[in-house]
Write a protein that binds this ligand. Structure first.
Ligand code: NAD
Ligand code: UDP
Ligand code: UDP
Length: 315
């Protein structure tokens, strides 16, 4: 039994991770400032004596007596991370410094939720971990991309300089229950639009591609990475290599919901990556991991979640 800190634990992925850690018999300290996450995501865990929820912003120091850290705090949807871009960079950079300082004092192993966005609009396809990326340093996505890149730098410098045990995962687009209905990311947008009979908003021609990983698969990969021997630091790609155009995703959502929604085109945001697919050979070798949930099955489960949610509280 370990005492484990999960930052961003009241968010979409964080709440699933807290659940799995509690199931494994650990004590979980969930730290979140509720910027994009909510108490509701962890409401079902509050009665568990091994679970503690604390409102705190990771850009400020945190003193807690823990054995392991999973650092997930950071808004992940472009709409939210662009709303207050300076705070987004601070969350990634100051948040990483504080959590690394905490891990250093505690001699604790620390995980960083990095992102496929470190590859930017990639010139190498599919993306392997040794690709250095193609990121605009001054664009509207840079607060997120460069913040996460700097966090990776800090992790590797604390590892080299202070001997910290680090685990860095580059997470590709992940979806599933507990995404916020107004999150702004493509899967939740399309499902909510389809269920409410609204137009489905394709940005640009919808020919850009993404690879979508169901959250249960992702969390399994994260846990396996944390369990590797100390010489495994990553970065390791975690994602589902099935690649779809955004238009194809919209068509799957319409088919699975039986919706009569129409597809409409909206302007393509600037710096929107044209293609993205993980090469997950390294995760296969190191973690014996690969996703098991196909897009249709994951979408069906996510649609059921939103169907319930919208029935109880329309958005
Ligand atoms: P999310 O927005 O649901 O979760 C982020 C959580 O961090 C929220 O609960 C939010 O309130 C919290 N948070 C934000 N700023 C904070 C701060 N300063 N202090 C404390 N808490 C703060 O997003 P998610 O999809 O669950 O993403 C979790 C992590 O995984 C993020 O670091 C994200 O960058 C990374 N990631 C996610 C994806 C994806 O597709 N979901 C892909 C790549 C990387
Ligand atoms: N820190 C923290 N919790 C701790 C230990 C450190 O939040 O338990 C913060 C500390 O405030 C500092 C940061 O982590 O700003 C980096 O710590 P480190 O020891 O690496 O650097 P220093 O304190 O020497 O600046
Ligand atoms: N997108 C879209 N319609 C939406 C939301 C997003 O066409 O309502 C597109 C977006 O332009 C991007 C892709 O879907 O090309 C994935 O967007 P998301 O915000 O989910 O994540 P990203 O991978 O861009 O960070």
């Amino acid at each position: 039994m370990k005492r484990i800190l999960v930052t961003g634990g009241a968010g979409f992925i964080g709440s699933h991770l807290c659940e799995r850690l509690l199931e494994a018999g650990h004590e979980v300290l969930c730290v979140d400032n509720f910027y994009t996450g909510s108490r509701r995501n962890v409401a079902h865990l509050l009665g568990n004596p091994a679970f503690e929820l604390m409102r705190h912003d990771v850009t400020f120091p945190l003193f807690a007596e823990i054995d392991e850290v999973y650092n997930l705090a950071c808004p992940a949807s472009p709409v939210h991370y662009q709303f207050d871009p300076v705070q987004t960079t601070k969350t990634s950079v100051h948040g990483a410094i504080n959590m690394l300082g905490l891990a250093k004092r505690r001699r604790a192993k620390i995980f960083q939720a990095s992102t496929s966005e470190v590859y930017g609009d990639p010139a190498v396809h599919p993306q392997t971990e040794d690709y250095w990326g193609n990121v605009n340093p001054i664009g509207i996505r840079s607060c997120y991309d460069e913040g996460k890149r700097c966090a990776e730098t800090l992790f590797f410098d604390y590892h080299r300089q202070h001997g910290l045990r680090i685990k860095v995962a580059r997470i590709f687009n992940t979806y599933g229950p507990r995404m916020h209905p107004n999150d702004g990311r493509v899967v939740s947008n399309f499902i909510v639009q389809a269920l409410q009979g609204q137009d489905i908003t394709l940005y640009g021609e919808g020919l850009q591609t993404r690879s979508f990983c169901f959250v249960d698969d992702l969390v399994e990969g994260v846990l396996r990475l944390m369990d590797t021997p100390d010489d495994v630091t990553g970065p390791v790609n975690l994602g589902n290599p099935g690649e779809f155009t955004i238009r194809a995703l919209a068509e799957r959502v319409i088919a699975l919901t039986g919706s009569s929604s129409r597809l409409v085109h909206m302007p393509l945001p600037s710096d929107d990556p044209r293609q993205r697919r993980p090469d997950i050979s390294l995760a296969g070798q190191l973690l014996d991991w690969k996703p098991t949930i196909e897009l249709d099955e994951g979408l069906t489960r996510t649609i059921a979640y939103f169907d319930n949610l919208l029935a109880s509280e329309p958005v």
